[in-house]
Design a protein around this ligand. Structure first.
Ligand code: NDP
Length: 436
């Protein structure tokens, strides 16, 4: 069998569909941010919606190409994190086996990088007497920085696409050739489709794995900084820390911290194990995560709420329930796959692995997705009921998880055949137990 079998462009409506997404998603993200600005923000059921406001402040495209200050700041941010990812100490791990029989080495050092960032922020807070001009700059140039990250993702994904045609420069692959290992979904021969889905499975620059790095560092940490910039903005304006903003910062900070503490789990996820690194992931990691996941904080920064302790407790309860389901179900699958829960009911498959159909994994095929979605809902609830716009994240995440479940089902059906059918008959619900 060929190392890189060709596939057909079937996902997302083929080449036309991905072109639509590549154009539509960035415009949508910019418009979303334009609807939450200090000088104009959506109220109620979009009662003050004004189409002209979506364009207000947006400059011609060449303006962004020549915003050298923003390009410099963003490149410094990206490169500093990349350098830290390579040099700071961490755990050395191996990824899942690749088609050539080898496994790639990864360095997992999120704790060291996050600690370094926390140290820098604390030092800056002390040195600037709480003024933190860099956070103010981030807050004031929000939409412009968002557009720079879109262009950056575009450049990065084009470079990765072109590099995927260059034979390996150092050493052979596991089958003794210089061929790069390509991602099955992005090796169709259609350049638009392959660029969008990502042609090479694991683009690397020396020791830096570009896909893992983008997935974990520049976007996730920028999300944290944007949230902090919103809290800080209101603090500078009022001299007080607003409790609804503290709550969202705390809840989302916990989620990010959990991701950092359990980084190695990402190595077996679809994004790392199956998908290539194309515009879809570059844009998702570098723009969509920081500039749409922070929408709740952004909204609260222009329309802050003051919560009662009961309100805070109710929101924390929703987050705790979701987080518990998310963690417990993921942990159970990991323990089962590590052979530590042999007493749980399962289905043996022809590949040698078993499908768990007991405990959390008897309630639905992805109880973990349900828990994760409840977490997203708790963040939206923390914006009160001012406008449905701030519930965008829950709606988006539900769509993402539904699509992911369908992709995963398709993958497992072709991988496990009759065993997957047996599993589906035993565990009929896909995500929400007894509902869907
Ligand atoms: P899952 O953790 O559900 O993993 C699916 C894989 O697990 C399948 O491909 C299959 O892989 C294996 N599997 C499926 N069913 C079983 C079973 N019954 N028993 C044993 N193994 C099974 O999905 P993801 O990797 O997509 O997501 C992991 C976590 O990340 C989730 O909690 C999700 O909510 C979260 N997530 C968060 C995102 C965000 O933006 N915040 C985005 C995406 C995911 P195999 O081939 O090994 O059998």
């Amino acid at each position: 069998m060929a190392l890189n079998p060709k596939t057909r462009p079937i996902e997302f409506g083929g080449p036309a569909g991905v072109l639509g997404l590549a154009l539509g998603l960035p415009i949508f993200t910019v418009f979303l941010n334009q609807m939450v600005r200090p000088d104009y923000y959506i109220r109620g059921f979009f009662c003050n919606f004004d189409f002209a406001q979506l364009w207000n402040g947006i400059k011609p495209w060449h303006y962004y190409l020549t915003r050298y200050d923003l390009w410099t700041y963003y490149t410094v941010w990206f490169v500093s994190l990349a350098v830290m990812s390579v040099i700071l100490p961490g755990k050395h791990m191996q990824g899942l086996p690749l088609r050539d029989g080898t496994k790639l080495p990864y360095k997992i050092n999120g704790i060291a990088i996050s600690s370094a960032l926390a140290l820098v922020l604390s030092a800056r807070w002390t040195l600037t007497g709480g003024q933190m001009p860099e956070l103010q700059f981030l807050y004031d140039n929000h939409t412009d920085i968002c557009i720079i990250t879109i262009l950056f993702s575009l450049v990065l994904s084009i470079l990765c696409y072109l590099a995927s045609f260059v034979p390996l420069l150092r050493g052979n692959n596991g089958v003794g050739t210089r061929e790069r290992i390509l991602a099955a979904p992005g090796h169709t021969g259609n350049c638009i489709y392959d660029w969008f889905l990502g042609r090479e499975l694991n683009p690397r620059l020396g020791p830096l794995d570009v896909k893992l790095f983008c997935e974990l560092r520049p976007g996730m940490l920028l999300w944290l900084l944007i949230n902090l910039s919103c809290l800080h903005h209101v603090y500078l304006q009022t001299g007080q820390f607003n409790n609804s903003l503290i709550l969202v910062n705390f809840l989302q900070g916990l989620y990010i911290l959990d991701g950092v503490l359990n980084e190695e789990g990402v190595l077996s996820m679809m994004d790392i194990a199956t998908d290539g690194f194309g515009f879809m992931l570059a844009f998702g990691d570098l723009t969509l995560v920081p500039f749409t996941y922070s929408l709740q904080c952004r909204y609260l920064s222009v329309s802050p709420l003051v919560f009662s302790p009961y309100h805070i407790a109710a929101i924390i309860a929703v987050m705790t329930l979701g987080f518990y389901i998310f963690k417990a179900s993921n942990h159970e699958k990991a323990m089962f796959r590590a052979g530590k829960l042999p007493h749980l009911k399962s289905i043996k498959t022809a590949t040698g692995t078993s499908l768990l159909c007991d405990s959390w994994w008897s309630l639905s095929q992805h109880t973990n997705y349900f828990g994760d979605w409840l977490v997203s809902l708790s963040w939206c609830l923390a914006t009160g009921f001012q406008t449905p716009l701030t519930y965008y994240y829950s709606a988006y995440f539900a769509t993402l998880l539904l699509h992911r479940q369908q992709r995963d089902s398709h993958k497992c059906r072709s991988k496990y055949g009759a065993s997957w059918q047996e599993y589906e008959s035993k565990v009929p619900y896909k995500i929400v137990p007894y509902v869907y």
